[in-house]
Design a protein around this ligand. Structure first.
Ligand code: MN9
Length: 295
């Protein structure tokens, strides 16, 4: 049953050498559907979107949609540096059967004004006539989608929600107040329980690729009011994330963890560093035993 709330892994991109590893991509999708995720966020920051060629982004979306077969939802990240490039990916995404919404970080690098950023999202919504989920990630994009900006964007009916990757939970509450239909997706996995308490409808996260089970449990524990157990699981997830962050490349660490639980993801694209052998050993020894194996 398709829904737009709940847990959405932001898929990592598996490579075999320099190529997309289609088999691993299908396997991670299948395994996460079995775990009970609501859908997938495809080719976001976690999927190395800006290190992929546009044709590769299209290919990944097509493979994921084919594997999903409309069983769960799909949000396609189409963000690029500017409108034309985004619309090219957007037109493709809309044409792929089973895609439910598109999403985008704000246009980046040139420090566009707030009005230009608003224009960017309105252009996407009006040109594609399709559900759009702007992506607020101030730390990496340099732009904050404030409650006021979101309010302005919501005049356009195709703008249905926000992916919210920030610790500003007051901002979450302010966006939701007076706009209860706005879908808010928590973006910092470490803070999922905090996000739930301030009204998020779902979560999109990188670490869901390999531990969706923990976040699915947090969701139901929160709903039943068992905060103590929910916090215990959040702490378990956060201790794992902390170990991954201790390596010289978080992206490589996440991919290696997937290798360890049974799905080969290869290394991220340069200039991301691969892990050192010592880091791989540390993850095998300290992180793998804390995760559910895919096999
Ligand atoms: O927005 C993700 N951020 C990036 C989503 O991909 C850069 C998060 O899921 C983080 O990876 C996660 C770990 O810090 O919270």
């Amino acid at each position: 049953m398709k829904k737009m709330t709940g847990i959405f892994p932001a898929l990592l991109t598996p490579f075999s050498g320099t190529k997309i590893n289609e088999k691993a991509l299908r396997a991670i999708v299948e395994w996460n559907i079995k775990q009970g995720v609501s859908g997938f966020y495809v080719c976001g920051s976690t999927g190395e979107a800006f290190l992929l060629k546009p044709e590769e982004r299209k290919q990944i979306l097509e493979i994921v949609a084919d594997q999903v077969g409309r069983r769960v939802s799909i949000i396609a990240h189409i963000g690029a540096i500017g409108t034309d490039l985004t619309l090219d990916l957007g037109r493709h995404a809309v044409s792929v059967a089973g895609v439910d919404a598109v999403s985008s970080i704000p246009p980046f690098y040139y420090q566009f004004s707030v009005d230009e950023v608003v224009r960017y999202y309105l252009d996407i919504a009006q040109t594609l006539s399709f559900p759009v989920i702007p992506y607020n990630f101030p730390k990496l994009s340099g732009i904050t989608l404030t409650p006021d900006i979101v309010k302005a964007l919501r005049k356009e009916p195709h703008i249905i929600g926000v992916k919210f990757t920030s610790n500003d939970f007051y901002g979450v509450e302010r966006m939701k107040a007076g706009d209860s239909d706005l879908l808010i997706y928590n973006g910092l996995d470490e803070m999922y329980l905090a996000g739930l308490s301030m009204g998020v409808d779902g979560a999109i996260g990188s670490t869901f690729n390999f531990m969706a089970d923990k976040y699915l449990s947090i969701t139901s524990l929160f709903a039943s009011g068992d905060m103590k157990e929910a916090r215990r699981l959040q702490t378990e997830a956060n201790s794992i994330i902390e170990m991954l962050l201790e390596t010289r490349c978080f992206m490589a660490a996440q991919k290696y963890v997937l290798d360890l639980i049974g799905c080969p993801f290869g290394e991220p694209r340069a200039p991301f560093f691969p892990l050192t052998e010592a880091e791989k050993e540390m993850l095998a020894k300290r992180v793998a035993p804390l995760l559910t194996s895919m096999t």
